[in-house]
Every structure is written in C-alpha cells, then in structure tokens.
Design a protein around this ligand. Structure first.
Ligand SMILES: NC(=O)c1ccc[n+]([C@@H]2O[C@H](COP(=O)([O-])OP(=O)(O)OC[C@H]3O[C@@H](n4cnc5c(N)ncnc54)[C@H](OP(=O)(O)O)[C@@H]3O)[C@@H](O)[C@H]2O)c1
Length: 302
C-alpha cells in the first residue's frame, strides 16, 4: 500500500512517518519535492503514485501571518484538502485530515462537541473550517481529527520556545485566559495509527489529552518539569506571570475556550486519553535526550 503523508517535515507529519512505517510504502515528499500550493503538481503526484491512504498533515499554520496572506492560507487549508478528498472519493481510498479547535467560536467554558456549530475567529480558523467542510462534503472515506495546541520534541513550537526563553530570562509574562489542552504530535500519530488499525468509523473526532490548562499553566509546568529534570534555567516557575490576552495583542484573534470534549474518540477507540502533564513529561524527555545527544556529538567531533 502506498501511504502519502503530506507536511512530512512538520510536527505531525514527521511523527506519522515513524508510526506508519510498518504499514506500507510511505511517501513523504517535502516542500522541495512537491509544492502543495501548486494544484497541478499535486494532481500529477497523485496520478503518478496512486496512494491508497492519504494522511494530510500539511497546513498553513502561521496563524498571525494568515491574516495578511489569506490566499496562501486558503490554498493549503481549504483547497488542498478539497483536492485530496476529490481524489480519495474518485479512487475509493481513505483520507485522514487534521484540523483545529480554531474552527469553534471560542466563547463560554463548555467543551466543544464535534457537532458544535463552527464559527472561526481568524483567517486560519476560517480556512481550516472550509477544508473540513470540503472533506466532509466530498463523500470520501474520511477521518478528520480536530486537535489543539500542537507541540513536539523537535521543531518550532511553544515547548521549545519556552525552554529557550527560560534559559535567557528570569521572568516571563504568558497569557492565562486562553484555555485548552497541549497536544504532542506523537500522541496524534499514535491515535491515528490506532484508529486506522481498528477501522474506526468515518467522521470528525476531537484529539487531545485529558485535562486543560492555560498557556501560562503550560509554561509553568514546562519549567517545573524541566527544573525537575536538572535543566539549568534562569527562570523559576514562580516568575512566570499570567496576563490576559488583551495585554498581548496579535493580528489574529484566538479563541479563549479551546476545550475539546473527548468522549467520542475515547468511546470509538475504547481508550482513555492520558493527561496533558504525562504527555509533556514524555515529550520533554525526548527533547532533552535529543539535545544531550547533539551536545555529545558536538563535543566528540571537536
Ligand atoms: N500547530 C498547532 O498548534 C495546531 C493546532 C491545532 C491543529 N493543528 C493542525 O494540525 C495539523 C498539523 O500541524 P503541525 O503543527 O504539524 O504543522 P507544521 O509543523 O506547521 O507543519 C506543516 C507542514 O506543512 C508543510 N507545508 C506548508 N505549505 C506547504 C507547501 N506549499 N508545500 C509543501 N509543504 C507545505 C510545511 O512544510 P515546511 O516544513 O517546508 O514548512 C510543514 O511540513 C495541521 O492541519 C494544523 O492545522 C495544528
């Protein structure tokens, strides 16, 4: 089976490559091999390689930049999923697509259900929402995972930014009124693999760990755990100060309520999602091990 993973160098795409390696011939073109913004190039690639499973982890994820580049965001987040879904419907193959909590309106404190009405607040959210609708309306065999606050041991993300800043600064101000669940890319890949192997039904599923926090809570836990692991930091968790979103203006409006109800996925898979704190511990461990190995290699080569 040919398995196409788009966004192969991204956080989720990279983990998907590890997790699907035993299931078939993984095709993981990077941007230099296949520009996903080029409709014709995508069409040729699909015709040439005829994937039987498509995992669409590519996206335009620069939430703030999307406000001034709506066409680029639309191509990746709306038109590409529509194109992949049309191919999947025509050739009767499976499409797994990834989406976001940013499709919801972000008000209140109640967790969103998969059937909650969407009402995105930003260009990114709007384009992702259009992508979901295109996949749903295509009639192809599909799984759409709406996830939140994705991070990983590698790449540019909140965990890595905090660890860098925490070594340089002795105080930080972090937003404390946006509430959601930080989700490691590895967990997303693991759930995708399990869902594929168990053949869970078609449709939209939330995918996040148990429990919620704010960005401030996430940052404080990162520093707490990093300190516990012996990382030398300039900051202490007590010196991470909470600020409201209003004091940290950004071009794109972000939802305050990103809580995602997890019961649909847990019931379908017969699993209980792990807590976001235990998932952070695993991801941090992986990050620190990779960092130590890199340092060691550098010392040996000097
Ligand atoms: N990140 C989050 O916090 C978050 C939250 C909720 C949902 N999600 C969703 O989860 C999914 C995976 O996100 P992620 O965090 O893994 O994203 P990511 O790390 O930003 O990766 C996106 C990937 O898409 C690729 N890409 C973008 N434009 C391309 C183009 N024109 N041609 C070829 N490749 C292109 C990027 O390539 P390069 O490596 O070359 O840039 C990158 O590999 C996405 O659907 C996203 O919307 C993400």
């Amino acid at each position: 089976m040919n398995i196409l993973i788009t966004g192969a160098n991204g956080q989720v795409g990279f983990e998907l490559q590890r997790h699907f390696a035993l299931l078939g011939n993984v095709l993981a073109p990077d941007r230099a091999t296949l520009d996903l913004a080029d409709r014709q190039a995508v069409e040729h690639y699909l015709e040439e390689h005829r994937p039987q499973l498509i995992l669409n982890a590519a996206a335009y994820t620069a939430v703030d930049a999307a406000e001034s580049e709506p066409e680029q965001a639309k191509r990746l987040n709306s038109k590409l999923p529509a194109q992949l879904a049309a191919y999947a419907a025509k050739h009767k193959v499976y499409l797994v697509h990834y989406s976001t909590d940013y499709v919801y309106p972000g008000n209140g404190e109640t967790p969103w259900q998969e059937q909650s009405p969407t009402q995105p607040l930003s260009v990114y959210g709007q384009t992702k929402c259009e992508g979901d609708e295109a996949v749903i309306n295509s009639g192809c065999q599909q799984l759409i995972f709406r996830t939140s606050w994705v991070y990983a041991a590698r790449g540019k993300n909140f965990l890595n930014t905090m660890l860098t800043l925490g070594k340089e600064r002795d105080a930080l101000a972090v937003v404390n009124d946006q509430i959601g669940a930080p989700t490691p890319a590895r967990l997303i890949a693991l759930v995708t693999l399990q869902a594929w192997q168990q053949g869970i039904a078609h449709g939209v599923y939330h995918l996040a760990p148990r429990g919620v926090t704010s960005w401030h809570g996430f940052a404080s836990e990162i520093f707490e755990q990093a300190q516990g692991a012996g990382v030398s930091l300039a900051i202490t968790p007590d010196n991470v100060h909470g600020i409201p979103t209003a004091q940290y203006p950004t071009p794109a409006t972000r939802p305050l309520n990103s809580r995602l109800a997890m019961n649909k996925l847990e019931t379908a898979l017969g699993v209980s999602m792990p807590s976001w704190q235990t998932q952070l511990a695993l991801t941090l461990h992986e990050h620190l091990s990779a960092e130590a190995a890199y340092k060691h290699r550098k010392e040996v080569s000097q």
